[in-house]
Design a protein around this ligand. Sequence first.
Ligand code: G
Ligand code: G
Ligand code: MN
Ligand code: NA
Length: 254
Amino acid sequence: HRELERIRRALQHGEFRVYYQPKVNMRSGQVVGLEALIRWQHPEKGLLSPLSFLPQIEQTPLIIDVGEWVLHEVLAQMGQWLQEGYRLSVSVNIAARHFQHIDFVFRLEAILSEHPDVSPHLLELEILESAALDDVVLMREVMAACQGIGVSFALDDFGTGYSSLSYLKQLPAETIKIDKSFVHDMLDDQEDLAIIEGVIGLARVFRKQVIAEGVETPEHGLLLMRYGCDCAQGYGIGRPMPAGSISHWISDFQ
Ligand code: G
Ligand code: G
Ligand code: MN
Ligand code: NA
């Protein structure tokens, strides 16, 4: 519990940061948006990965406080970018417990209404297909309610859950994200390549956008494009970076 208290204090003391990683359309070369990724700027330990603190709070109410902080922070930053002439879509990772909270849609609307300058259409939520294991009917209803106010969805880490195929049919997400583990090995593992080919084919049948994560080399990008993948994200395109670096990154990229 001391660890939980420390994380709560980090939130109160403003020690969390949001980094942004670009997503690009491989054919047009356009930046299609950014993924928001939380970091902890720890006073002694330096910049910490979410893997070092999110798992500890994932099953506690604190995950909701942190998740709502991220949403506020991202919407405020999007408003700032709009003032600078950048109309950027941003996707935010939402923990299963947060998304399944009874007040999720109500609270999301409240948060959006505090940022009236930012259109909800610019906000995408990334949810894990494994989150849907609990209650697909509930998931579908909450997603539909969010879509009713303009917010869209991506199924994150797609392919790593247990029932990908049935979820694809049941969950109204606009986008699926091919998990980086498949991309990592696609160049020398025929089975991973076959999974990628299969996911892209499914995405086309279900009329969903498909984005590959973990694109680290031009070879990854070229092969994904050849298989019909729309968009890409990864260290080979741009690393997660502070908000202040994004405008420079965009001008350099284009
Ligand atoms: O950015 P990085 O690769 O370190 O992120 C590690 C994991 O943490 C990823 O699975 C990512 O989805 C998750 N993550 C990053 N930021 C957030 C966030 O704001 N909320 C939630 N729930 N998960 C996040
Ligand atoms: O679970 P999720 O897909 O949200 O996790 C995204 C994570 O992947 C982030 O922690 C991000 O830092 C990381 N990431 C982004 N691009 C790459 C990449 O090209 N290679 C690897 N190994 N990780 C990446
Ligand atoms: Mn994600
Ligand atoms: Na992922």
